[in-house]
Write a protein that binds this ligand. Sequence first.
Ligand code: FMN
Length: 197
Amino acid sequence: MKKVLALMGSPRRNKNTETLLDYLLEGIDRSNFEVEKIILRNLNINYCTGCEHCGKTSNCVFKDDMSKIYDNFDNCDIIILASPIYFNSITGLAKNVVDRCQRYWSIKYVLGNNYKRNQERKGIFLSVGGATFSHNQFDGAVPVIDYFFKAINANYVGNYFVSNTDEIPVEDRVNIKNELYRIGREIDEHKNFYLHR
Ligand SMILES: Cc1cc2nc3c(=O)[nH]c(=O)nc-3n(C[C@H](O)[C@H](O)[C@H](O)COP(=O)(O)O)c2cc1C
């Protein structure tokens, strides 16, 4: 059975970000995939302090809830990160997880070890922004996610973005639910997507 790891990075429960994520997860065929959804705000994850412990030992100095996410990164086939845009980037909750992936960077580039990967691992980014479409509000987050997925050896295959969520919430938009359901249904196929609503 393949595994999907879904990280929900909005501090707000059941708002636009989580709605997007749930639409996609609903489409996933549970007879082929085990799905684990993690609500980041429920976890205790320290911010990276740049202590360089991982560059000496390959492990993070902190023994906190990030350990569970490290295990999931190593075992999952598909990772989905869902975060709203805060100040043109992802939320602090999500960025803490990304920064803690310095461990993988250290394993590869400081210690020179091969970080084992599942060859088929894919990365998908879902995001919402309160501003209107014209503000290019996702442009700052994309390079962050690109670097994050590279660190954990995931192929960045998809973006699904929704603007103007402060005016019109996701649940009031037509088509979004169906589009994400279809992306979930076809998640095992070799398709790249970039959709902005
Ligand atoms: C601290 C903060 C910073 C934000 N910065 C931006 C921004 O730079 N661009 C934008 O389009 N929306 C911004 N927003 C609006 C959120 O992206 C928007 O409210 C979104 O729907 C929040 O996601 P949620 O509904 O899942 O909680 C910001 C909101 C907060 C609270």
